[in-house]
Design a protein around this ligand. Structure first.
Ligand code: ZN
Length: 347
């Protein structure tokens, strides 16, 4: 069925952002969508109805990046940087409560990031929602959770040197996860392992984080080698070909692991909820943030745009004016079609 006309421009806006290379520091929107689609298909046989149920949860996997513009607390939910802590710090021993963990680490959320706690919080919400038959909320929390799970599998979301800024490799974040991955990664490279019940989600999330962080040195080294092989440039095809050659295994295995782990968390929520019957899928999920209720439109009234840097504001203005024009074309053409069909039916 066609969605109600009023949501079309929003949907278009979201789809347009999928194609923007560096709208946010995160896997390109395309990868979030591929991960969610594959994770839905990876639901175990006893949860087979979730394969259809999760279909409208695919696109909302990109919404958390779009909430950043209107919710200043959103950014910190997308990363966790264990290398901010003392070298002998044990991340597995950190409190499972976010506020207590931040107090124990001695950092504000935006310094270290809080992705692991965001994931376990949304997992608990998804589980409760399934248990109480609130399937719309379950779908929304599960879709939002997918984003943070995918982000944590991107190694540069697990280090304080997230953009190579400490090693004179500025821009490596977007070059790797967005530009390179969009150019070379194909969804058929994903062959996830079967989804399993996760006994201790907090511990599992920290294990994924630790593994992701362990890949950082090789990724930074690959950037140095690729740049050298491309005559000192990072904007050439030969640079990207070399970078892909050196990081393909890591990137593919991380995206694949994100699929396995996401489907495992969805399965875990359902098992812990008592395996309730899964309903028919919703047609579409609301775009508003599950954390703060903000929308995905950064120009919405009341958003804290005044606090954003001028360059970001200009960039947003360009994006949103392009979207406005596209939305206008869609509305005008549908009005035109409506008039034509009325004329054809003699009304
Ligand atoms: Zn993100």
């Amino acid at each position: 069925m066609t969605p109600p006309r009023s949501v079309l421009p929003l949907r278009l806006a979201a789809l347009l952002l999928v194609g923007l290379p560096s709208a946010a520091l995160a896997w390109a929107g395309a990868q979030h969508i591929q991960i969610n689609r594959a994770a839905g298909r990876n639901a175990p046989d006893d949860m087979a109805a979730f394969r259809a149920f999760s279909r409208p949860m695919v696109l909302p996997g990109i919404y958390p990046d779009l909430w950043k513009a209107a919710d200043l607390d959103e950014g910190a939910r997308h990363y966790f940087e264990p290398d901010r802590l003392a070298p002998d710090a044990d991340i597995f021993a950190l409190p499972r409560d976010q506020a207590q963990a931040l107090a124990a680490m001695g950092f504000r959320a935006e310094i270290t990031g809080v992705a692991p706690w965001t994931i376990t919080d949304l997992l608990a919400k998804m589980t409760d929602a399934m248990r109480t038959n609130d399937w719309l909320w379950a779908a929304r929390c599960g879709a939002a959770m997918s984003h943070y799970v995918a982000d944590l599998h991107m190694p540069l979301h697990c280090t304080r040197n997230f953009n190579g800024q400490e090693t004179w490799q500025h821009g490596i974040h977007t070059r790797l996860e967005s530009d390179m991955t969009k150019a070379f990664f194909q969804p058929d490279m994903i062959t996830p392992a079967p989804a399993v019940y996760v006994e201790d989600p907090f511990r599992a999330v920290m294990e994924w984080t630790a593994h992701s962080a362990s890949l950082v040195p090789d990724i930074l080294k690959a950037d140095v080698i690729a740049k050298r092989s491309a005559g000192g440039r990072v904007d050439t095809e030969s640079y990207y070909r070399k970078l892909w050659e050196l990081t393909e295994d890591a990137v593919v295995s991380q995206i694949q692991a994100a699929v396995t782990h996401l489907s495992s968390l969805w399965y875990t929520a359902w098992v812990d909820a008592g395996k309730p019957p899964i309903p028919e899928p919703f047609e579409e999920l609301p775009t508003a943030s599950v954390h703060s209720g903000v929308g995905i439109d950064p120009l919405a009234e009341g958003g804290p745009l005044g606090t954003l840097p001028r360059q970001k504001k200009a960039y947003d203005a360009i994006i949103w004016s392009v979207m406005g024009v596209v939305a206008l074309i869609v509305i005008l053409s549908s009005l035109h079609r409506g008039r034509q069909s009325r004329r054809a039916s003699g009304k």
